[in-house]
Design a protein around this ligand. Structure first.
Ligand SMILES: Nc1ncnc2c1ncn2[C@@H]1O[C@H](COP(=O)(O)OP(=O)(O)OP(=O)(O)O)[C@@H](O)[C@H]1O
Ligand SMILES: [Mg+2]
Length: 367
C-alpha cells in the first residue's frame, strides 16, 4: 500500500484512488490526479464522462465512495465545502436579480462578516480584472449575458481562495462572447496565478486555456498532458480521435520491420519517435492529421506520394477542408484558404509518416 499521507508540496489538489458511484452506477473509478500549485488544469471529455461529478467531489458537494482528496497538503476528504478553500463557478450561475452587481459580489462576504474595507478591496480588485467597474450599481436584468457571466466569475473571485473550480462557465454564451471571455480568463489566471480547475467539452477552450488537459472517458482519465502533448503525441486512439477538428485520419495496416504497410502504400517509419525502444511487428493503425497532408509543390519532396479522389470541398476562409478517400476510407486534408480544388478531381498528396501517430491495433495504445 502506498503512503497516501505524503504530499509533494508542489501540488495544490491531489486526488487519490477516487471512486464515486450513484447507487450501482460507477461514475468515477480509481481516479488519480495531481494538480500543481498555480496550474490551469482543464477536464475535457464528452457529455456524461464524469467531469462535473469530479469537480463536485473536489468541491465537497458530493460524498465520495472511496479514496482521498487533498487540498494544499491537507486531507479534506470529509471536510465541508466551506472549509476547503475553494471558489466555484457553476454552469448555471444564478445571480440574485433584486440585488445590484455589487450586492451580488458582496453578499457572501457580508454573511461571513468580512470587514468592510476588506470587502471593498476585494470587490475593487475583482471588478478591475473582470472590467465590470461601470456595472457595479446595475441589477443583473440590465446586463448582457457576457456581463452576467463575468459577475458570476467575480462572485467566486472575491472569495479569497486557493483553488477556483469552473464548470463550463462560458457554455451559455454566443461564439464571439465566448472567445472574448476566454481571453479574459486567461489574462485573469496570469494575473492571479491561482490554481484553476476548469471543466469544458470545448476543445478550443481546453487547448487555449490549459497548462495541462485531462481527457476523460467513462469516469477515467485517458491522458493527462500539455496541450502540445495531447495534440501531437496522443497516447491512445480515443484521445487522437477526440482532439482536433476535423479529426485525425486513421489508416489500417501492419507494422513490418519499421515500415507501415497498407494494401496500397508503404510508409517508412524510420524517423518516427517510437514510445518504446522495441516495438514488435503486427496489426497497427496510423493516424495522420489533416494539416499534415501536403499538397501542391510540396508533394514532390514528401517521403510518400499518392493521389486521392475529392468528394467535397469546404472553404473556411482561413483554410480549405478537403474531404477525399484513401484506401476506401474517408480522408480529410486541410489546405490553405486560397487553394482551388474541385469536387471530382484527383488530388496529388504527400504524406510524412513520421509526423503521424502510430497505434497498436489491439490495445489502441501509441507505439
Ligand atoms: N445524481 C445522479 N444520480 C445518478 N447518476 C448521475 C447523477 N449525476 C450524474 N449522474 C451520471 O453520472 C455520469 C456523469 O455525469 P456528469 O454530470 O459528471 O457528466 P459530465 O461529464 O459533466 O457531462 P456534461 O458534459 O453533459 O455536463 C452521467 O452518466 C450521469 O448520468
Ligand atoms: Mg457537466
Amino acid at each position: 500500500m502506498n503512503d497516501m499521507s505524503e504530499t509533494s508540496g508542489r501540488n495544490s489538489v491531489e486526488i487519490r484512488q477516487l471512486d464515486l458511484s450513484f447507487g450501482a452506477v460507477k461514475v468515477l473509478q480509481d481516479l488519480n490526479l495531481d494538480i500543481h500549485e498555480g496550474e490551469f488544469l482543464v477536464l475535457l471529455g464528452s457529455s456524461g464522462c464524469g467531469k462535473s461529478t469530479l469537480l463536485n467531489c473536489i468541491a465537497g458537494l458530493l460524498e465520495i465512495t472511496d479514496g482521498q482528496i487533498w487540498i494544499k497538503g491537507e486531507n479534506v476528504t470529509w471536510s465541508e465545502p466551506s472549509e476547503r478553500g475553494i471558489g466555484m463557478v457553476f454552469q448555471s450561475y444564478a445571480l440574485y436579480p433584486q440585488m445590484t452587481v455589487e450586492g451580488n459580489l458582496t453578499f457572501g462576504l457580508r454573511n461571513a462578516r468580512v470587514p468592510k474595507d476588506e470587502i471593498a478591496r476585494r470587490v475593487a480588485r475583482a471588478a478591475e480584472v473582470l472590467q465590470i467597474q461601470p456595472l457595479l450599481k446595475r441589477k443583473p436584468g440590465a446586463l448582457s449575458g457576457g456581463q452576467r457571466q463575468r459577475v458570476a466569475i467575480g462572485r467566486a473571485l472575491v472569495r479569497d481562495v486557493d483553488v477556483f473550480l469552473f464548470d463550463e462557465p462560458l457554455s451559455n454564451l454566443d461564439a464571439k462572447l465566448r472567445a472574448d471571455l476566454r481571453v479574459e480568463l486567461k489574462r485573469l489566471h496570469q494575473q492571479l496565478q491561482n490554481t484553476m480547475i476548469y471543466v469544458t467539452h470545448d476543445q478550443i477552450e481546453a487547448m487555449t486555456l490549459a497548462d495541462r488537459i485531462a481527457i476523460m472517458k467513462g469516469g477515467k482519465i485517458m491522458q493527462l498532458g500539455s496541450p502540445d502533448e495531447i495534440y501531437n503525441r496522443p497516447q491512445n486512439i480515443y484521445v487522437a480521435d477526440f482532439i482536433g477538428s476535423p479529426s485525425m485520419n486513421f489508416m489500417a495496416g501492419r507494422l513490418e520491420r519499421g515500415t507501415f504497410v497498407t494494401e496500397d502504400l508503404r510508409l517508412p517509419m524510420e524517423d518516427y519517435e517510437f514510445s518504446a525502444p522495441q516495438v514488435s511487428d503486427g496489426p497497427a493503425i496510423l493516424g495522420i492529421r489533416p494539416e499534415h497532408v501536403v499538397t501542391g509543390g510540396l508533394v514532390q519532396s514528401a517521403p510518400v506520394q499518392t493521389s486521392v479522389p475529392v468528394d467535397l470541398v469546404e472553404p473556411m476562409g482561413s483554410d480549405t477542408l478537403v474531404y477525399a478517400q484513401l484506401g476506401g476510407d474517408k480522408f480529410r486534408i486541410r489546405m490553405d484558404g486560397h487553394a482551388t480544388v474541385r469536387i471530382g478531381e484527383t488530388l496529388p498528396i504527400g504524406l510524412v509518416p513520421a509526423k503521424g501517430s502510430l497505434f497498436d491495433k489491439t490495445s489502441e495504445k501509441r507505439l
